[in-house]
Ligand binder design. Sequence first.
Ligand SMILES: C[S@@+](CC[C@H](N)C(=O)[O-])C[C@H]1O[C@@H](n2cnc3c(N)ncnc32)[C@H](O)[C@@H]1O
Length: 221
Amino acid sequence: MSTRAPQPETLAAFEKAKGFMPVHEGLALYAAAVEAGALGLPLLEVGTYCGRSTLLLADAARAAGVTAVTVDHHRGSEEQQPGWDYHDPETVDAELGVMDTLPAFRRTLHRAGLEDHVVALVGRSPQIAALWNTPLGLVFIDGGHTDEHASADYEGWAPHLAEGGLLLIHDVFPDPKDEFTGQAPYRVYLRALDSGAFTEVTAHDSLRVLRRTGAGAGGRG
Ligand SMILES: C[S@@+](CC[C@H](N)C(=O)[O-])C[C@H]1O[C@@H](n2cnc3c(N)ncnc32)[C@H](O)[C@@H]1O
């Protein structure tokens, strides 16, 4: 795994951005993205939120001369809705009274000078995945944390991961006492390993990095 670090201004923007990923996991995400970028294929994220992790994918994409693609409906996950622990009132559209993280994401990316390296897709992950037909160098799953959403992200995107590409899953908590938003990502991680199409490369707290080492969808079934 690469030891390259993001540009200092990208790291500063990451630390300032709204979001949930700690710096050490961010650095591991960046290292994986740099490595995957060498395949010359797009790097895809499910779960943009306000762009915290997207900044690092964008920096790695810029270095590799590829594009980072980030997918989100921008209406927030279950645990981010009003009344829940992860709700941020600043993410609510005052006119509509519903969450909209797209403006904050766009400001974050613009300020970091990384807009040219990212394509943002706004919509439901399974709906976008159903339209997708391009091999990917990296798939980073950090979307909804219910079994329904985490499984759909895996089933929708893992089949597009090229041989040698990296599958990253965030918020993997093998021990139920450590988890904050459920163990669906852990179950997806187990499913990926069980499929025989992926081999674990590294683990950084709740961030797991797997490589596609086998043929097969590695997502369906
Ligand atoms: C944990 S946040 C992502 C955090 C972000 N990666 C970061 O590091 O700051 C999860 C995001 O997934 C999005 N999301 C949840 N379910 C989704 C779905 N089915 N389709 C698209 N986006 C979804 C939510 O809107 C939310 O912004």
